[in-house]
Write a protein that binds this ligand. Structure first.
Ligand code: FCB
Length: 452
């Protein structure tokens, strides 16, 4: 029997992208390199040595890409601005860069698409990353971020319903400064905690600055890739390792942002690595700003075992172990129930409205002889995860929207172009776009505001 599961009235349905992954036009109209340009141009950092130089050429094809969203009838679009396009030297506004985002936002509004702008999806201007205390290791970067946020807010704030400060500071801090898998590619665990704090500070200060300059109707938020952590066994060692991952990966961001203080246990369990003296009096109060909702990105849970030394990024005593069952081509386990549990937990412990700002899967998608992309596996993935969101709502979580990662196959960071997450297939030689079956399926769900 077919069962229809409706979503709450006003639920937002969207698709998400990020600047460096789709824009290309790396040297145009005054844009300067970001840390991701430097990183991707360093041999061996990215699979196949792929770079975002051209990506989906969205900088030139944005109007057609918005037409695809509008043609499908998908109501909302989450994208990010490139800091290095808006402020190439990290300090001075490049009007040509901002004008691109004005055209993009106006293009959304003209087509009836609700834009959600993310200020930082990992592409720090390279100019702010010089020297050993450069990048997120310097406290100063938080103020540079405020200047950038205010510059964007001043010129675009009147027409933006939603602004998000950071995307996944966990990745910026721990993949950027501990495991080195992401730009700027450093491998020094104590630095990663310092970077995490400065990211938190940047979020709090920028949010306060935007709150005081933007119309009261503009919603402000931050997006975290929270980890649904579970111990690999019921041993005390694995439970302690899982608690540690929860501290460094979840509570190091959630607690200062939503409760106004880092957990004491975070300081205690990392005391042999850092004294946290970079957290100054008053910082936690500044980080603690009311958000209109919390963005949550979810792909899979983290099953954690005790481990001696580096393993799970950001921890020196834990490692992620595989979860049996189906996996995507990223080798990420497919566990929809983890999303229900995660949303319920955040709702229970932090009582904040939630939006799933990313969820989706990579697949080996090909354009078939009939000219279509039959990505039935992605439809199953999305259906099961949307059912998981609906389960969380049934259980009381205040979930207000869902954005598929992602609109277009794109530059998937350290994995380059081989991993296709898009609802729309991109031929990277010709830049031809082909709408996949999953896009039409998802558009139908959005139109009905219900899963059938
Ligand atoms: C998230 C990122 C997004 C994309 C997906 C697969 O961590 O925010 O840019 O790479 O993973």
């Amino acid at each position: 029997m077919n069962q229809t599961r409706e979503f709450p009235e006003g639920f937002t349905w969207g698709v998400a992208t990020a600047a460096y992954q789709i824009e290309g036009a790396a040297g145009e109209d005054g844009r300067a390199p970001s840390i991701w340009d430097t990183f991707s141009h360093t041999p061996g950092r990215v699979d196949n040595d792929d770079t975002g130089d051209r990506a989906c050429d969205h900088y030139h094809r944005w109007a057609g890409d918005l037409d695809v969203i509008a043609g499908l009838g998908i109501p909302a679009y989450r994208f990010s601005t490139s800091w290095a396009r808006v402020m190439p030297d990290g300090r001075t506004v490049n009007q040509a860069g901002l004008d691109f985002y004005k055209r993009l936002v106006d293009g959304c509004l003209e087509r009836g698409i609700r834009p959600m702008l993310t200020l930082y999806h990992w592409d720090l201007p390279q100019a702010l990353d010089s020297g050993p205390q450069g990048g997120w290791l310097g406290r100063d970067v938080a103020d540079r971020f405020v200047d950038y946020a205010v510059a964007v807010g001043k010129q675009l704030g009147d027409r933006l319903p939603v602004i998000t400060t950071l995307n996944e500071p966990w990745c910026s801090a721990y993949l950027g400064y501990a495991s080195g898998e992401h730009a700027p590619g450093r491998t020094d665990l104590p630095s990663a905690y310092r970077a995490a704090h400065h990211l938190n500070l940047a979020h709090g200060r920028a949010l306060a600055a935007l709150r005081s300059t933007l119309p009261t109707t503009t919603e402000l938020s931050v997006t975290l890739n929270l980890h649904q952590v579970e111990p690999a066994s019921d041993s005390e060692a694995d439970s302690a390792a899982a608690r540690h991952v929860d501290l460094i990966a979840n509570r190091a961001f959630l607690d200062p942002m939503l409760r106004g203080a880092y957990p004491a246990e975070l300081f205690e369990t990392t005391a042999h690595l850092t004294d946290w003296s970079f957290v100054r009096d008053g910082d936690e109060a500044e980080i603690h700003q009311p958000v209109d909702f919390l963005g949550v990105n979810y792909y899979n849970p983290a099953r954690i075992a005790a481990h001696d030394g580096p393993g799970f990024p950001g921890s020196d005593r834990a490692i992620g172990v595989d979860i049996p069952g189906p996996h995507t081509v990223m080798d990420w386990p497919i566990v929809p129930s983890g999303l229900t549990a995660l949303l319920q937990r955040v709702h229970r412990e932090y009582a904040v409205p939630l939006v799933v700002t990313e969820n989706g899967m990579a697949s080996r998608d090909v354009v078939a002889a009939d000219g279509a992309v039959h990505d039935a596996d992605r439809i199953d993935y999305l259906r099961d995860h949307l059912a998981a969101v609906r389960d969380a709502i049934d259980a009381g979580a205040d979930v207000r929207g869902y954005y598929v990662w992602t609109l277009l196959d794109n530059f998937e960071w350290a994995w380059g172009y081989d991993k296709r997450f898009g609802l729309v297939h991109v031929d990277f030689d010709t830049q031809a776009r082909t709408v996949k079956d999953s896009a039409r399926w998802y558009a139908g769900v959005a139109a009905r505001n219900a899963l059938t």
